[in-house]
Design a protein around this ligand. Structure first.
Ligand code: ADP
Ligand code: MG
Length: 353
């Protein structure tokens, strides 16, 4: 439905995006995830039609909407946009924001007044603002303002909803609640959603597909579960969830660490490209801690942080410092305790030295 082909964007000499290839299906919820400055907003602006790519092209519904020579403007693209900063007009009420958007969009411009009022009511009900239709932005909380900007974005029933870090200005609790609301709006509208975030938790929780970006390039495109369990690159492994990387060499399915590391391991969760690089990613929740002095990696607990459902340990071992997350229902350890680390495995495993 949306096809981004070999898209490059330069600002003067600076290359903000390079050779981006992404396909977004109709109705799909896609998260663009990456650190600040990696080019997320630039990609979203190209999708919206605020500017042309320097090279490559963007297709929507089979026709080219953006290339070096061509630019279909935002109001002709059948999109809705939500910004981090809400971008509301101080002199317009909640209902007027939605109405403005309906008048502006090509596919709702000619709605009869009666239908327009009905649509405004529907949309405000969908985002839970029906009681606040006559309020001005200065009379709304942060969460309510973001709901207005959501209502405005979905009012014209766009095929594509573009959201640039829509939750980052909200406090933690509200962010969690709005995650569900956006998912529910996505389900009800059937629009494709392109959701930009630098928050890995948000991307993992909400998206059908995650595009991980770094320095203007795509690192990996896959489902949340594949991104987490089979990262393709060291960047993805370390950016998405906490992950330590062990260097060594692979012999078939056997991993031989460079440094002494006595662990039980399995290779499920290791991508072919990381294998080629001689890297084994270890997630904090993969470690098992015990007092047992037999086989395993010996270490000393430096810190133990209680987190409610987990305990986060920092363990100093001979070969480095490891992060270990255990359930509160497992054995507890104190700073100074000597512990043995082994890797949890769920199916067949080998024991190596
Ligand atoms: P993100 O949204 O991932 O934080 P942006 O797409 O905003 O990243 O920016 C990507 C890079 O392009 C950054 O290094 C930024 O400084 C640069 N950049 C963004 N907009 C402009 C501009 N209008 N002119 C020059 N450089 C820009
Ligand atoms: Mg940005």
């Amino acid at each position: 439905m949306i096809n981004i082909q070999q898209v490059t964007k330069k600002y003067g000499d600076f290359t903000a995006l390079e050779g981006i290839d992404v396909a977004i299906d109709s109705g799909e919820f896609v998260a663009i995830l990456g650190p600040s400055g990696c080019g997320k907003t630039t990609l979203l602006k190209l999708l919206a039609g605020f500017m042309k790519p320097t090279a490559g092209q963007i297709e929507m519904d089979g026709s080219v909407v953006g290339s070096r020579h061509q630019l279909i403007p935002p109001e002709k693209r059948n999109i809705g946009m939500v910004f981090q900063s809400f971008a509301l007009w101080p002199h317009m009420t909640v209902a007027e924001h939605v109405e403005f958007s309906l008048r502006y969009h090509t596919n709702s411009k000619r709605l009869a007044k009666k239908n327009r009022i009905a649509r405004i009511n529907d949309v405000l009900t969908m985002v839970g603002l029906e009681q606040l239709a006559q309020r001005y932005p200065s009379e709304l909380s942060g969460g309510q303002k973001q709901r207005v900007s959501l209502a405005r974005a979905i009012a014209a029933l766009p095929n594509v909803l573009l959201m640039d870090e829509p939750l980052s200005a909200l406090d933690v609790e509200l962010r969690m609640e709005m995650r569900k609301e956006i998912q529910s709006i996505h389900r009800r509208t059937n629009a494709s959603v392109v959701f930009v975030t630098h928050d890995q938790g948000e991307a993992l929780a909400m998206a059908d597909k995650i595009i991980v970006m770094n320095k203007g390039k795509v690192e990996q495109i896959a489902s949340p579960e594949i991104i987490y369990t089979k990262p393709e690159t060291e960047f993805v492994a370390q950016f998405v969830g906490k992950c330590d990387l062990v260097k060594g060499s692979w012999k078939g399915n056997h991993f031989i660490p460079e440094e002494y590391l006595w662990v039980r391991w399995q290779d499920t969760g290791v991508s072919e490209s990381l294998k080629k690089k001689g890297v084994y990613p270890v997630r904090p929740e993969q470690w098992l801690l015990s007092r047992d002095k037999s086989e395993g990696l010996r270490g000393e607990v430096l810190f133990a942080q209680y987190q409610g459902k987990e305990i986060h340990y920092t363990v100093q071992a001979d070969n480095g410092i490891w992060t270990v997350h255990t359930s509160v229902y497992e054995s507890r350890f104190q700073p100074g305790d000597t512990v043995t680390l082994t890797l949890k495995t769920d199916n067949e495993h080998e024991q190596l030295q």
